[in-house]
Design a binder for this molecule. Structure first.
Ligand code: SIN
Ligand code: MN
Length: 218
């Protein structure tokens, strides 16, 4: 059993407040800073209608193309650079957070989002991974760093009511099993609310995903 606080908001949807210790937050933040300074760092994705998202992204393992809503190896909607690999030591806390709520995740993708003071993300489903993982309810696990985000958890239909959850620096959130395809989004960020020691400006979330079950699509 986990020694961490676990709040089950719905079957398969778990909030783990303060899952990362301050030292772990600093370790993950240092890795994010190093990746951001690399050849394929953060960029502002442009969606298919031509508008820009309200956060910067950095994709690891596979690149998520904001125009086609598909995963690919190169950032073909940006600069053509290959998506950097996902370092196992970055993914480790996501694997353990999933295990803490009884779910299994072998992450090979991480989308790192960086939100400024006006950052947000509209309600959406994470459904661009292979059907083998979606059908099996393999979870998406997020880790939050820096400023607090006003996370919205909805239902399986866009029009379903949403619950607002403050995701603070160090929190983990797991959506798997019957909650794997719940709508969710980020309504706002509370500027200046994060711990200075983390050394990141704004809010950074890391969402870890498994593209496919073993033996399925590659
Ligand atoms: C996402 O849904 O991709 C991001 C969620 C978050 O930033 O917490
Ligand atoms: Mn999402």
């Amino acid at each position: 059993m986990s020694a961490h606080e676990v709040v089950e908001l719905a079957p398969g949807a778990f909030h783990l407040p303060g899952y990362l210790s301050p030292a772990e937050q600093r370790r993950v933040a240092a890795m994010v800073r190093a990746l951001a300074a690399g050849a394929a760092g953060f960029y502002r994705p442009q969606v298919r209608g031509g508008g820009f998202m309200h956060c910067d992204m950095l994709c690891l393992g596979r690149h998520w193309n904001a125009r086609t809503y598909t995963y690919e190896w190169q950032r073909s909607d940006h600069d053509g650079r290959p998506a950097p690999p996902l370092p196992p030591e970055l993914a480790r806390p996501a694997v353990s957070a999933a295990a803490a709520v009884g779910l299994s995740l072998v992450p090979d993708i991480c989308l790192v989002n960086r939100y400024g003071p006006d950052g947000r993300m509209g309600l959406h489903q994470d459904k661009d991974e292979d059907p083998s993982t979606l059908d099996a309810g393999v979870p998406v696990v997020s880790l939050s760093l820096g400023d607090t985000g006003g996370f919205l958890l909805g239902g399986l239909r866009r029009r379903d009511a949403t619950t607002a959850i403050a995701l603070r620096s160090g929190d983990a959130f797991v959506m798997g099993g019957p909650s794997r395809l719940r709508y969710h989004g980020v309504a706002r960020v509370l500027p200046g609310s994060g711990p200075a020691a983390v050394g990141l400006s704004g809010r950074v979330s890391l969402t870890f995903r498994q593209y496919a079950l073993e033996g399925h699509a590659t």
